[in-house]
Design a protein around this ligand. Structure first.
Ligand code: AMP
Length: 290
């Protein structure tokens, strides 16, 4: 049985009981509108931890003033069923007032890692993400927290915050779940029209081409790789590139040449919908050319 909890006090009571019995706790933070990507995180937590908490909270502090907070999909009844089927014990679905009571004034800012990529296009976004995750870790006191590689920069930011602030939680990265044509599952895919949905495959196709260029063709020059990716994305008339970057997988600093492990990350508007995706590429071999 999966139960729904709306207050921090009630969540804490459960957590205290579990901890007293020596049970380990997994947390899966989400904003709801759950899909198979979220389900994979919940199943992993349920397999690795004695108890699993899924938080469903559309965090207003991570949305910019012109972003989609008001229209972000809400479907709690469906989400409850998905959580139950995936093995969650508790769904924590607080109100915004419960999370940010009157007078709330403490924020977590992860410097450096949040400067580029989505941090550049969405000022304040990662401050909101880091703050809410720090709060959720405080509320749920999990041993392990599960995050998707789909939101690659977010994952690095959370890992850095946990390390820098000595938070007693292990962050577990989970692979990106994709649809059969490669499109990464995302709650925001719901915004796409049928016409746009077909075009949205350009993100994945561009990433696969980048990987082929690096790993099969020996291309090392990031500009050349990005140019090839842009050509593919331009095949979608509804597309507009926000950014395409090739970065160091941990520091997220841009790489001019791909000489080892690199993360390729992109954000592309398809119509009005901004989609993100990323892929790890690994340059090996002795005869690279620039
Ligand atoms: P969200 O509800 O979009 O904030 O996502 C909640 C968690 O689910 C985050 O850790 C995401 O990275 C993860 N997630 C979202 N989509 C996917 C996906 N397609 N595959 C794996 N994890 C995902």
């Amino acid at each position: 049985m999966t139960s729904k909890v709306a207050t921090v006090d009630e969540l804490r009571r459960r957590v205290r009981r579990w901890r007293k019995s020596g049970l380990s706790i997994g947390l899966v933070p989400t904003m709801g509108a759950l899909h198979e990507g979220h389900a994979s995180l919940i199943r992993r937590s349920a397999a690795e931890c004695d108890r699993t908490i899924v938080s469903i909270f559309i965090n207003p502090k991570q949305f910019g003033p012109r972003e989609d907070l008001a229209k972000y999909p809400r479907q709690l009844a469906f989400d409850m069923r998905l959580c139950a089927e995936a093995g969650a014990d508790v769904v924590f679905a607080p109100t915004a007032d419960e999370v940010y009571p009157c007078g709330f004034s403490t924020y977590v800012e992860v410097e450096g890692l949040t400067r580029g990529l989505c941090g550049a296009s969405r000022p304040g976004h990662f401050r909101g993400v880091a703050t809410v995750c720090a709060k959720l870790f405080g509320m749920a006191q999990p041993d392990r927290a599960y995050f998707g590689l789909k939101d690659y920069q977010q994952l690095q930011v959370i890992k850095r915050m946990v390390r820098d602030l000595n938070m007693p939680v292990t962050i577990v990265d989970c692979p990106t779940v994709r649809l059969s044509d490669g499109l990464a599952m995302s709650s925001r895919n719901k915004y796409l029209t049928g016409y746009e949905r077909k075009q949205a495959t350009v993100l994945y196709r561009a990433l696969v081409e980048a990987r082929r260029l690096v790993q099969s063709e020996g291309v090392r020059n990031s500009c050349a790789i990005v140019r090839a990716m842009k050509r593919i994305i331009s095949e979608a008339p509804a597309s507009r590139v926000d950014y395409i970057e090739i970065v160091h997988p941990e520091t997220l600093e841009p790489l001019r040449l791909v000489t080892g492990d690199a993360q390729i990350a992109l954000a592309v508007f398809i119509g009005k919908t901004r989609l993100i995706d990323n892929m790890r590429v690994v340059a090996t071999g002795v005869k690279p050319y620039a």
